[in-house]
Write a protein of this length. Structure first.
Lengths: 328, 440
């Protein structure tokens, strides 16, 4: 069915390397060593602008975050006080921080599992089942991804409105009055209300991503499988999933990182971290500490924790999902 | 040849990209002073600033005033400030999320403006200090370190308190309660008609409620004790009384309050006053403009009242919100900045500001008002009512401690039953104690 293979060698490169060099001709031609060095210089020169920008806007600020986390500083004054790891020690005793951390982890787990699961499911249906109007469906599902966060917050404010909201209105219509909730006011469910908005926002993007990789799987594999009597579910788990696995891994890492950011912007626009900090996430807490509470160094310490956390989670996910690459 | 051209091209591109990041050159030294003024575009609009600046430039031909005005002015001036380019005058009050003045206060990075009080207003024969109303400077809002030095000049002031619908009270024959007992009696009466006694837009609006309540209960001394984190101040009987009253009041809160108490939906809480679904909410005079286009119940008329007195006939306070003008310590044209600030208190400037409803704390200005806002400012004329200015004293920042959040946001949890009054009190005590130690 599928074959295990190593990536094909670049044969063109090999022939180029083994081809005899025009050493004999002396008519102005430079030696290959010199030429290669010249090429290298040219490549470096081309890369330089990007490298400089990367260093100035990514590497330097990131290093600065690490450095600043060791200071107490309000953000403006020239006097920064070096305090070593004190900021991190304070983090341990800070209940609000622990709560924000828990919320972030909960959001990451719930949103990742639901988005990835639903994205795969929908993508499989859209590519395998020849649904009528699937282009329209794909379009509709993708739209939330291009909306600005403020618009999303406004939409969900209308959906979650406790009196005339879409959600509570629909529940009333179905005579499920008992299920009605104050979606953004109940401390026990506000986080999940934010999670639903996050899933809604990112689902379409990942669905389209998986659809494109699923579309690349040769049809014969499915034909052969169905001749062998494999059910649609079996085909999904034995053909589709293994063949898009590399894609899935990459998108999973991206998703975890973007979810950390998305949770911040959505929380800020929808709930402001409230009620009473019950929907605070790490980045919104970092913002509050660094700016509203004038503890810039402490905020940067939270930034370091976020950095380490996303790095670690991505690494773990990447390790845990490592498989031999399958090709068709 | 071609390669070196390509190399040169790349280098130029790289340089251009970097140059694009830096801003253009500074003003050429033409002998004129360029005064950079940054202002928050609040409820009063931006036109009044342009007018005042035009008038100032007309009388000061050697000064060129550059105005930068925005609804999120902090976001626009902070990056430049970090790069060492400071505006000369900033018009921005305390209590906003970005907390820029608060941060600079903590940093001791503001210019001492005490001399401005003794400066003659340009073109007039009185000093700025003479023109200001009594008691508007010398509090923690203007003198944040509790000393005689004034760092923030109060530019506009507005009373905040409980807003309600006068029409509804007239229709029902209700009296605006003068004591807390009457307040809760009214709450029971209103409840029978399906009207909640209390709501708030977001918990942050409780500042106008709490500051006045603390002063009503324990007098100005107690209020100052709380604001300066006196040891165990939250364990006192007065503090307990404040929390008791608040907890009881919150039990009368409109059930929709917490669900709407966020940036996105807070106007829905404000709407409940317009719809006669709730009786009182803490707010400021800007509410009339903010909700000007909102639908309202028949016969609706905005009313403002101070909090009920703690004891019958007791003194009542109106938390007064003050927008300030200040000069960063690192500003380049400090003298020109001080002169400009003095000019902002001139009769000409006051007239322009008053046209946009921006009322300055200048003797006699409030008398010239007409309409809705005149009624609000008249509250100060009641001998039993005093203005209360200020807020929590600034200390060195304490990581993870935000006493305003502990005091105000917990109201959400009290309403929803997620926490208790006792826990609230001990959290306040803990936060206050940490800040006290940082202040020492």
């Amino acid at each position: 069915m599928t074959t295990l293979s190593t990536p094909p060698h670049d044969s063109a490169e090999r022939t180029a390397r083994s081809a005899p060099s025009p050493r004999g001709s002396r008519r102005g031609a430079r030696s290959p060593v010199r030429r290669r060095r010249g090429d290298l210089r040219f490549v470096l020169a081309c890369l330089l602008p990007a490298l400089v920008l990367f260093a100035v806007f990514m590497v330097y600020p990131t290093m600065n975050v690490f450095r600043m986390s060791l200071y107490t500083w309000s953000g403006f004054s020239p006097d920064m006080k070096f305090v070593g790891l004190d900021n991190f020690r304070h983090l341990m005793d800070d209940d609000q921080f622990v709560r924000a951390f828990q919320n972030t982890v909960a959001l990451l787990v719930v949103v990742t599992v639901v988005t990835m699961g639903m994205g795969l499911f929908l993508a499989a249906i859209m590519t395998r089942q020849k649904l009528r109007g699937r282009n329209l469906l794909r379009f509709v599902l993708y739209i939330p991804n291009i909306l600005s966060v403020v618009v999303i917050a406004a939409i969900f404010s209308a959906v979650y409105d406790q009196k005339n909201g879409l959600l509570n209105g629909a529940l009333r219509l179905l005579s499920l009055d008992g299920w009605q909730q104050v979606w953004l006011g109940n401390q026990k469910i506000v986080l999940y209300s934010v999670a639903i908005a996050m899933v809604w926002q990112s689902l379409g993007y990942y669905m389209v991503l998986y659809m494109s990789s699923m579309a690349g799987i040769p049809e014969e594999l499915y034909e052969a499988a169905s001749l062998d009597g494999a059910s649609v579910t079996r085909q999904f788990f034995s053909i589709t999933l293994p063949l898009i696995w590399q894609n899935l891994r990459t998108s999973l890492t991206f998703f975890i990182m973007s979810a950390v950011n998305l949770s911040f912007v959505l929380v800020r626009a929808m709930t402001g971290g409230g009620p009473d900090s019950s929907s605070e996430v790490l980045l919104s807490y970092m913002y509050k500490q660094a700016y509203t509470n004038s503890s810039y160094g402490y905020g940067m310490a939270i930034g370091v924790v976020i950095f380490a956390f996303s790095f670690l989670v991505s690494l773990l996910v990447s390790r845990a999902t490592r498989r031999e690459p399958l090709q068709f | 040849m071609r390669r070196s051209l390509a190399l040169a091209g790349t280098a130029v591109t790289a340089l251009c990209l970097l140059v694009g990041c830096s801003s253009g050159g500074d003003d050429a030294g033409s002998g004129r002073t360029t005064l950079k003024v940054a202002a928050l575009e609040g409820g009063y609009g931006r036109a009044m600033y342009s007018e005042v600046i035009k008038a100032y430039e007309a009388s000061h031909p050697d000064v060129d005033v550059q105005l930068q005005i925005s609804k999120s002015i902090e976001d626009e001036i902070t990056p430049n400030m970090k790069a060492g380019k400071y505006p000369d005058v900033v018009v921005l009050g305390q209590g906003r999320k970005a907390a820029l003045p608060e941060t600079l206060i903590k940093d001791k990075a503001l210019e001492d403006l005490t001399p401005v009080l003794k400066t003659q207003v340009p073109g007039e024969d009185r000093t700025v200090g003479d023109k200001l109303t009594d008691g508007i400077v010398g509090n923690l809002n203007t003198n944040p370190y509790g000393t005689d030095q004034t760092y923030l000049m109060p530019l506009y002031y507005a009373p905040t308190g409980l807003f309600y619908n006068q029409g509804l009270f007239m229709e029902q024959g209700w009296q605006v309660p003068a004591t807390w007992d009457e307040m809760f009696e009214l709450g029971d009466k209103a409840k029978k008609q399906g009207i909640a006694l209390f709501t708030y837009p977001t918990s942050g609006y409780l500042d106008s409620y709490f500051y006045a309540l603390l002063a009503d209960i324990g007098g100005e001394q107690f209020y100052t004790d709380v604001m300066t984190y006196k040891k165990d101040v939250w364990k006192t009987a007065n503090a307990k009384k404040a929390l008791d009253i608040t907890t009881r009041l919150l039990s009368y809160a409109a059930p929709t309050t917490v669900g709407y108490a966020n940036e996105q939906d807070f106007t829905k809480n404000q709407q409940s006053i317009l719809d006669n679904k709730a009786l009182f909410m803490p707010n400021g005079t800007w509410i009339t403009g903010e909700m000007a286009d909102a639908p309202r119940a028949k016969g609706f008329a905005w009313g403002l009242t101070p909090l009920p007195a703690a004891t019958e006939g007791g003194k009542r306070y109106l938390t007064t919100s003050v927008e300030s003008a200040w000069v960063p310590g690192a500003a380049r044209n400090k003298d020109a900045a001080k002169d400009f600030i003095a000019y902002l208190y001139s009769d000409k400037a006051a007239e322009i500001f008053a046209k946009s409803n921006a009322i300055q704390p200048i003797e006699g200005i409030a008398n010239s008002l007409t309409g809705e806002s005149a009624e609000f400012y008249k509250l100060y004329e009641d001998p039993s009512v005093s203005a209360l200015v200020g807020g929590f004293a600034s200390t060195a920042p304490v990581e993870g401690v935000d006493i305003k959040a502990t005091l105000f946001d917990t109201a959400n949890s009290i309403i929803s039953g997620d926490t208790t009054e006792a826990k609230w009190q001990s959290a306040l005590n803990e936060a206050s104690e940490k800040l006290r130690q940082a202040g020492d």
